[in-house]
Design a protein around this ligand. Sequence first.
Ligand SMILES: *Cc1c(COP(=O)(O)O)cnc(C)c1O
Length: 384
Amino acid sequence: MLFTSYIELSKSALNNNIQYLKKKAGPGTRYSLVVKANAYGHGIEDLLPMVEACGVDHVSVFSLEEARRALEIKKQACDLMIMGFVDNDHLEWVIENDISFFIFTKERLDAVCKVASTTTKPARIHVEMETGMHRTGFPESTLEYVANKLLENKENIYLEGLCTHFAGAESMENFERVNNQIKNFNRLCSWFNKEKGLIPKYRHVACSAGVLNFPDSSMDMVRVGISSYGFWPNNETRMLHFRNSGFSEDPLHQVLSWKSRVMSVNHVDEDEYVSYGKSYLTNRKSKIATVPVGYGYGFSRNLSNMGHVLINGKRVSVVGAVNMNMMVVDVTDLPDVKVDDEVVLIGKQGDKSITVSSFSDMNNSMNYELLTRLPQPIPRFEVD
Ligand SMILES: *Cc1c(COP(=O)(O)O)cnc(C)c1O
């Protein structure tokens, strides 16, 4: 093994999630799977073909660089959309490669009009509207300008979508704010209508929490990230969804497992400090194992003396500080543990499992952050 850890991606889990979420979004709603941030740490090059094999034909990224990577491996039939960063210098490349993209400023719109008059293909744009998040999007006062500009450039610009993004649909404290956003969105859409000769193909606003808990938000298309990978946006979304659906079993299955191996096993006397500093003192004669994964490889330093891993089907504790390249775990209670035994950092072993959310509740970060910190070079393997 060249690398000190590896990631397994489950095909059946991915398919389960996609089919479940598609059903939630409803028939006739286009499913765009969000693969930004290296496919939420899963690895865009590894995940995209699996996504296509599950029948998804639309993926969304945030940036140009991600679009370039997705374009290189996706099939022709799969549509690609950039939801965020595009440099004006690259607009021509984006348009010629048939990539659709969000527009949220006048400057960008003007630049697109100019470039699209010289390209061989029309620009496929999604007008992002400001509905209450106050991050990106055209405020209502600018929509007349936008509509006129689009009409003037009808030959070169195709209004593929109207969209907005929710300011925290995963938390009930934002319930009213999000419902107002849906209301605002529907109102603002009327700036673009048949009489004006501007008919958007897709209206889309829903992210994972929208699809799961705001049924009105699944319009012509949904943009689903985290839940496609089998993770809940947060525990609140999960609880609300369980309550509304009367589930006892999780309808989402985690696609990713993260594994390593035992690198060494050592014996330590009672009353000795383990690893850097004095944060862990043995209470008994102990057996400790090192695992060659540390904060430099995506295992947060906040999990020092807090994290757990699975070895030989048992849950064992991280002791002392997580180092840059390795961690130390207490294996005193595992009689047979030896070098090269499998270590599960995230995922299942026997009947035990370590979920990202249990992991991230401990250190107060969210699923999103933990996943996207998984380093790009770790090898990924597809499994059933
Ligand atoms: C990241 C993102 C999504 C997907 O969000 P999830 O909560 O992961 O489903 C949807 N829309 C936009 C604009 C995004 O940036």
